[in-house]
Ligand binder design. Structure first.
Ligand code: SAH
Length: 240
């Protein structure tokens, strides 16, 4: 791998000549795993500023310093699209977060529904997955992974004007092309057990909710998340 291809997410502000200190984990990755030395190059981004080419000026075992040299690309925000999903088993939840970042979302919201199998999530771990996915796919923005929230609560506080593409397994069958207004959207994916009757009734009664089919077969939640993101991006998002 060529040195300048290493992309690293950092918290610090980035600007010309700005020194960026890296801690133990990143030092290990850069200087041990990737064998970068003083003079080596890295691409840095922080989700707020432009992406920068940086040069290693100190490479220690447990710390190091990089200096920002040249702005490469401006920050590019994804469309204002939330992915709301009921977490499933660990690896599949990790998969959903990773694919959501690659396909383009602005926020990831794990939601607890009546039939959700997960009581808790490791928000910090999921956020780290989002960072890794952004590093890998060239995104300059990292979506926030929210804490687990109850579906009732989320719908009670639902922001006015945010449209909801509700992936409703009861609609399974021919899928009409997705259409709708521009503006803020969210995609809702249910758990393996599907939505409860109460939840279905509530969603049906909400303004701005569009029940959609993802085709004739019942998809697993992780497949459904990817399929829904593709449909949305192609019809209303930044794939057009
Ligand atoms: N156990 C449920 C299926 C849950 S699938 C049942 O048998 O009905 C998990 C989630 O994926 C669903 O809640 C829904 O959001 C989405 N999903 C899966 N297949 C779908 C389809 N064909 N159309 C719309 N949504 C689907």
């Amino acid at each position: 791998m060529s040195e300048a291809k290493i992309r690293l997410y950092v918290d610090q502000a980035l600007s010309a000549g700005q020194p960026v200190a890296v801690g133990a984990d990143q030092a290990n990755y850069l200087f041990n795993v990737m064998r970068l030395a003083v003079g080596g190059q890295v691409v840095l981004f922080n989700g707020r500023d432009s992406e920068w080419r940086a040069v290693v000026t100190q490479a220690g075992k447990r710390a190091g310093v990089l200096i920002c040299v040249e702005a490469l690309r401006p920050l590019v925000l994804p469309c204002d699209l939330w992915l709301v999903f009921a977490p499933i088993r660990k690896v599949r939840t990790d998969f959903i977060v990773e694919k959501a970042v690659e396909l383009g979302v602005s926020r990831i919201v794990p939601v607890q529904t009546r039939h959700t199998n997960a009581e808790r999530i490791r928000q910090d771990r999921l956020q780290a997955h989002a960072v890794e996915a952004a590093e890998q796919c060239g995104a300059t923005f990292v979506p926030e992974v929210a804490d687990l929230v109850g579906l009732d609560r989320l719908l009670a506080d639902w922001p006015a004007g945010r449209h909801l593409m509700w992936c409703d397994e009861a609609m399974a069958g021919p899928a009409a092309p997705l259409a709708g207004p521009q503006g803020p959207w969210a995609i809702l994916i249910g758990p393996e057990g599907g939505f409860s009757t109460d939840e279905q009734a509530r969603l049906r009664g909400m303004p701005g909710v569009q029940p959609v089919s993802l085709g004739p077969r019942i998809l697993r939640a992780d497949t459904a998340a990817v399929a829904a993101l593709v449909l949305w991006q192609a019809a209303l998002g930044d794939w057009r």
